[in-house]
Design a protein around this ligand. Structure first.
Ligand code: ATP
Ligand code: MG
Length: 665
């Protein structure tokens, strides 16, 4: 094996076979059926996608060509000649399909008693109204609208209103600062910004419009700001107001000239649908552009098969809509399928660590999709919280965002899934538009920690640095060879970055930037980002396996490892470890943990330094930012680059202090 490839030391042998789901007629019923679909999708790729989109979506006029693609330029076009509208597909057609009175959206606010539900018809009317409001203030097809909002129904309504009239939304997560908002609004030149007076978070009221006011000081493109009254700040005289610019959502929606009806604008398949900035784990966020026909096809396709969404399901994805996961799997995917989707305003830990399980029980959630970071945090709190609730409604569990450590997988499986429910670990990216590698819940045998197999239609491979195919079990670059409908079509305002980030290094392939290996059964094991690979004496190791070994120790809740410069080995391993709530940070335990890793995966992976950390630096979407940990490990005390996507910047100084104490330098 070449030294340029990543070695794998993980030896995970557990296998779980799918059990019956309790509903008859799951979408993909067996591994054999998956294999048939997969084979078909590779042999007749265009035929497969033409059939899927026609099954899943309503086209106003049929496409004349399935795919025109040049992966070099790159220039990718799906379903040319066809026209459709995303809001029509997510709302209007369901009214005709017998879902008029079906619950489209269940909204749980942070206060327990704040619950609002919308039927498909009610949601349709609200969306039409807001589309008319946008039109009234001059928004036309192609104009950008920025949404900087809490997790409230108005966010979903605003998204669907934009796409109804062909406006391009750019959602900025409400946890971002004024400065982060400003750079995104400036980049996309939004004409309207929709926001709220405040965000409710962990029992506190956090002003939001104030950030928007600050940001808009240098965003001349923005003509109007529509404000949702979430927290009553205006009545308390705590809200600044700009009469010529600011509008109240509730007043505008109920004006006499605002009808609950609004024609959908027919969109070309390749018309832009939205812009969304990536999480920024590795550096400056990229303004990823998705288009209409391909994106919606892919969101619906993946949602249907990966979650096995059925008419009777109550589906809940816990992500924030400010991330791609919320776009594709709270709104567009489930609603294209006519599902009932849950939206939650709060956090998993407030008012107590059983909030998620409380919601599952309250609404009888059947499909539950969350992130490894949430699972690890809830594991840390202990089992008493899960045991208080009846979780028997659940039939499919999912995770996304980072590799899930096998121990976290097992905890999820045993305590939430009662040892029976399938877990779909879903690998994908903002850029891919939807899930790319994941189990199909009642078809794919599961291995804890593996994202399992590529979805039908997805030609995922592992290649070496020179672009040749890796052998089974050889770690390398995870790439996609065939275009797929959900793939990004650009980085907004930056064609050069679009090409150089994704399409340059490996000719005719999409480069994901992640490292992975495929085992003898064809299962994918994501090893972490290639930017984070550690090189000890010429052995290149992904971060995921070493972290998983640490998390497998009974005292550990979470771990992050990075490389630290070493005079002889090139790099040595520096581990940051967060212990479970009741555990104590002792020298003895530090030694035990180092020995544990040595035993679990081998001497080469033994951490040189192991620092206990109360918190790890995470992006606002909950991913560990190893870039910052690397800097701290190497002794930096300042200049951490772009930290605007960090959830809690104060974590950095605590870690720097901890390192100084530990190393004496
Ligand atoms: P940036 O590209 O700006 O650094 P980001 O990559 O964190 O930000 P996202 O698009 O939100 O932004 O995240 C996609 C990345 O998350 C993937 O490339 C991968 O590294 C990681 N990821 C997502 N899901 C999984 C999963 N199931 N298993 C392993 N890794 C995952
Ligand atoms: Mg990325």
């Amino acid at each position: 094996m070449s030294q340029h490839n990543i070695i794998s030391m993980q030896d995970e042998q557990r296998l779980f076979t799918p059990s019956p789901s309790g509903v008859t007629g799951t979408h993909i019923q067996s591994l054999k059926e998956y294999e048939t679909q997969y084979k078909r999708s590779m042999e007749d790729n265009e035929g497969f996608w033409a059939e899927r989109t026609n099954e899943l979506l309503d086209w106003f006029s049929p496409f004349t060509s399935v795919l025109d693609a040049d992966m070099d330029t790159p220039d990718i076009r799906w379903f040319s000649g066809g026209t459709l509208n995303v809001a029509h597909n997510c709302l209007d057609r369901h009214l005709e399909l017998g879902r008029k009175d079906k619950t489209a959206l269940i909204w749980q606010g942070e206060p327990e008693e704040d619950v609002v539900t919308y039927t498909y018809e009610e949601l349709y009317e609200e969306v039409c109204r807001f589309a008319n409001v946008l039109k009234k203030y001059g928004i036309n097809k192609g104009d950008r609208v920025a949404l900087y909002m809490p997790m409230i129904p108005e966010l979903t309504i605003a998204m669907l209103a934009c796409v109804r009239i062909g406006a391009v939304h750019s959602i900025v997560f409400a946890g971002f600062s004024a400065l982060s908002l400003q750079s995104r609004v400036m980049d996309c030149e939004a004409k309207v910004l929709v926001t709220a007076d405040a965000v409710l978070r962990s029992g506190r009221v956090i002003p939001l419009k104030a950030n928007a006011d600050e940001a808009l000081k240098s965003c001349p493109s923005v003509e109007h700001v529509v404000v949702v009254d979430r927290a009553g700040l205006a009545e308390q005289d705590k809200l600044e107001w700009h009469n010529e610019r600011d509008l109240w959502w509730h007043q505008e929606m109920r004006q006499n000239d605002i009808a609950p009806y609004c024609e959908c604008v027919p969109m070309e398949s390749e018309d832009p649908l939205f812009i969304l900035y990536t999480s920024g784990s590795t550096g400056k966020p990229k303004g990823v552009v998705h288009t209409t026909g391909g994106y919606l096809t892919y969101a619906a396709h993946s949602a249907q098969w990966v979650f096995d969404i059925q008419e009777s399901d109550v589906y809940w994805c816990t992500a924030d809509i400010g991330w791609i996961t919320g776009h594709s799997y709270i709104v567009y995917g489930p609603m294209a399928l006519g599902a009932t989707t849950v939206m939650f305003e709060g956090v998993p830990s407030y008012p107590s660590p059983d909030r998620f399980w409380n919601i599952v029980e309250k609404f009888g959630v059947t499909i539950f999709y969350t992130a490894p970071t949430v699972i690890r945090a809830l594991m840390r709190e202990g089992l008493e919280w899960t045991q208080r609730h009846d979780l028997s409604s659940l039939r499919v569990l999912g995770t996304v965002g980072e590799p899930i450590n096998p121990e976290a997988w097992m905890w999820y499986h045993e305590n939430i899934g009662k040892g029976e429910r399938p877990i779909v670990d879903t690998w994908w990216q903002t850029e891919t538009g939807g899930i790319m590698i994941a189990a199909l819940p009642f078809a794919t045998p599961l291995k804890p920690g593996s994202a399992t197999l590529p979805l039908p239609g997805i030609d995922a491979r592992i290649v070496r640095a020179d672009g040749t195919d890796a052998e089974p079990n050889e770690g390398g670059h995870l790439i996609i060879r065939k275009p797929w409908p959900g793939m990004l079509r650009g980085v907004f305002n930056d064609p050069e970055r679009y090409k150089s980030t994704y399409f340059e290094r490996f000719p005719k392939m999409y480069e994901s930037g992640d490292g992975a290996r495929v085992d003898d059964d064809g299962y994918f094991w994501i090893m972490g980002r290639l930017d984070d690979v550690i090189n000890v004496s010429g052995h290149r190791m992904g971060t995921a396996e070493i972290e998983s070994a640490l998390v497998a120790h009974p005292t550990v809740a979470e771990a992050a490892v990075v490389g630290m410069p070493h005079p002889i080995k090139g790099e040595s391993i520096y581990a940051y470890v967060t212990l479970k709530a009741e555990e104590e940070e002792t020298e003895e335990l530090r030694g035990q943990l180092r020995t544990w890793v040595r035993k679990e995966i081998g001497p080469i992976a033994t951490p040189e330094i192991l620092q206990f950390a109360e918190e790890l630096p995470k992006t606002r979407s909950g991913k560990i930012m190893r870039r910052i940990l690397r800097k701290i490990a190497s002794g930096s005390t300042g200049d951490f680059g772009d930290t605007s996507t960090l959830a809690d910047p104060s974590v950095i100084s605590e870690l720097v202090e901890g390192r100084t104490e530990l190393t004496g330098s």
